[in-house]
Design a protein around this ligand. Structure first.
Ligand code: ZN
Ligand code: ZN
Ligand code: ZN
Length: 605
């Protein structure tokens, strides 16, 4: 929302002298103002009337203080102030409606608390201006920041204590601001790394901190691509390559990363393998879907290379051999999991062989293995990093086989429902055998939520390929598939809502958008059901909130819009307006995702 209030009041102030002088026949504005605001007694004795009721001269002279109502400058000033204050009230009203409608930062309870604790309207307005300025209208705020929101932003920056302190130099030439880089790195490890994990965080940070350029676990390429990804979680103005253009988020870091990538030698380094995971991810976030699917081929190639050269890379690490072994396995586990989800979405067969010789990570429960939300909100949670890695890897293996069956052989056009059922059973066993600590519960990390959404996503996709005949005996199977799919779609809605109730929507992993979309389209098939309606509405709200921030979320929302609005189904109340009235493109550049025609049959994530 533009800071209309400050603009309007500024206009009032600059126009005031002109309008006054106009009415008094072109006299100098200061004199005219003095003359018309004076009370009758002061006018008569030609004394300077300073205002007030009664005015000071009248009080001293004990005269009656009467203001000529027909020619009263003070009244006009009072009117102006009244208009100004009404404008402010209207501004507050709009901020309130906007705040309740979007609730991107889950601020409604805060607003209610403020109102109930008798905080002044000005303070509520400041709070709302500030929170909305940082959530989705920073592009407007940056051009003409209201003094209050800017002040609050600065206060927030000063009080921002990053989880990890790291220097900008010698890693990037985009900025020299170590606190900004620390802020971004903290965002990366909190939100992205918890769901897409292929880096040994501690080894990486130790070398980044001391600026060790010949490190085996940190490189300028990896740092810059991580910073580019992190720009999508931060509200600092420096995250835009061009200050006024929200579509340039992270592009400066990305550009530098790509320069480093071009200089890489042929021989695969661990950090390059890891960087590819982020290069693919950021291509998806930016809505460059065609490029992303090319990158996916590179990732498969890198995973294969890493598996083939694992021993050589370990022995070359000399004294750091054990660390290198662990890091390579983390990278292969993490990238393989990401890869299998991506090819399922893209509907592609796997071009990487199934990793076989890897060992699972020991599921020891180290009390220091903690996930801490950054910026601080809510309690730190036990991270179960290794439990999660193992769970994701096993899940990835099943997904990999599903893709191999469904998309591996182009001549195979008939999908056997029995085979899909077998995959489903394997998934159910997988879910049942998960250690209790990473089953879905109240203390789930974003990573655990991501894993469970992947599970439901896979069920939605694979059963989407089963088309039972209407023959007798198969109608029960049809019902069963339908109930499995709607149940999974609702589960995705529940997990997304759970995330939203704990942390800001903007911190949601980008992969969640893919799951949200497929869940939405599944629920759309059966909107007579009240539970489905509720889940549908929840997911539309979340997608809508993200679309004002992310290019590719906008593309997904447009896909939903095209599918749902075209058909003559009555949508749950409110969602029609949310789907019809999409936020306009926030950037000057047109991206792949901005044109619905450019959408592939499945979104690559
Ligand atoms: Zn007077
Ligand atoms: Zn007077
Ligand atoms: Zn555990």
């Amino acid at each position: 929302m533009p800071p209309r209030n400050s603009k309007d009041s500024r206009m009032l102030f600059t126009q005031a002298p002109d309008s006054t002088s106009h009415q008094t026949g072109g006299a100098p504005s200061t004199r005219a103002k003095k003359a018309t605001t004076a009370c009758q007694a002061c006018q008569k004795r030609k004394s300077k009337c300073v205002g007030g009721e009664p005015c000071e001269p009248c009080q001293k002279a004990n005269t009656e203080c009467v203001i000529n109502a027909d020619n009263d400058g003070r009244r006009r000033i009072i009117l102006k102030r009244k208009i100004e204050s009404l404008e402010q009230d209207r501004n507050l009203f709009e901020l309130l409606v906007e705040g309740i409608r979007n609730d991107e930062e889950r601020q409604v309870p805060w607003i209610l608390n403020m109102i109930r604790s008798n905080v002044s309207l000005d303070e509520i307005r400041l709070y709302l201006t500030e929170s909305q300025g940082t959530s989705h209208s920073h592009n407007v705020q940056m051009k003409s920041p209201t003094s209050s929101s800017k002040r609050f932003m600065d206060v927030r920056r000063i009080s921002d204590i990053p989880l990890y302190e790291v220097p900008a130099q010698p890693w990037t030439s985009v900025t020299i601001d170590g606190s900004f880089v620390s802020h971004l790195v903290s965002h990366y490890f909190t939100w992205q790394h918890s769901t897409l994990n292929w880096i040994d965080r501690d080894l990486f940070l130790a070398d980044m901190r001391v600026g060790k350029l010949d490190s085996r676990f940190c490189s300028p390429l990896l740092v810059n691509i991580m910073l580019a990804c992190a720009c999508f979680y931060s509200d600092y103005p420096e995250v835009f390559a061009k200050p006024d253009d929200p579509s340039t988020r992270g592009e400066h870091f990305l550009e530098e990363a790509m320069q480093h990538l071009a200089m890489e030698e042929d021989r695969l380094r661990l950090t390059t393998l890891q960087a590819w995971g982020d290069i693919y991810t950021i291509a998806c976030i930016m809505g460059k879907d065609r490029v992303a699917s090319q990158y996916l081929v590179r990732i498969a190639d890198c995973i294969s290379q890493a598996m083939n050269n694992r021993q050589r890379m370990i022995s070359e690490a000399n004294e750091q051999a054990p660390e290198m072994a662990r890091s390579i396995d983390i990278a292969i586990f993490g990238l393989f999991s990401q890869y299998s989800v991506a090819i399922l979405s893209l509907q592609k067969g796997a071009t990487v062989t199934r990793p076989t010789t890897l060992e699972y990570f020991p599921e020891i429960h180290d009390p220091d293995d903690i996930w801490t939300p950054y910026p601080p909100q809510g309690e730190p949670i036990a991270a179960h990093t290794n439990c999660l890695k193992n769970g994701l890897f096993d899940q990835g293996l099943i997904t990999w086989e599903i893709c191999d069956y469904l998309f591996g052989d182009e001549n195979n056009t008939r999908v056997d429902p029995e085979i899909i059922n077998t995959f489903h059973q394997r998934f159910e066993i997988w879910a049942e055998k998960l250690p209790q600590c990473i089953k879905l519960g109240y203390a789930s990390t974003p990573g655990v939520m991501e894993m469970h959404m992947r599970y439901h996503n896979a069920i939605l996709v694979m059963f989407g390929f089963v088309t039972p005949n209407t023959k007798e005996g198969e109608s029960t199977m049809k019902d069963r598939i339908k109930s499995l799919r709607t149940s999974s779609a609702r589960h995705i809605g529940t997990i997304l809502s759970q995330f939203r109730s704990l942390w800001p929507v903007k911190c949601m992993p980008m992969t969640a958008m893919r799951y949200a979309t497929i869940a939405l389209l599944t629920l759309f098939e059966d909107l007579d059901d009240v539970q489905n309606q509720r889940a549908f509405t929840d997911i539309v709200i979340i997608l809508r909130a993200l679309a004002s921030r992310w290019q590719f979320a906008k593309g997904l929302l447009r896909l939903v819009q095209l599918t749902t609005l075209k058909q003559d189904t009555s949508l749950p109340g409110g969602t029609v307006a949310m789907l019809r009235d999409l936020p306009s493109s926030s950037g000057k550049h047109r991206r792949d995702s901005d044109s619905a025609a450019g959408l592939p049959p499945a979104w690559p994530l």
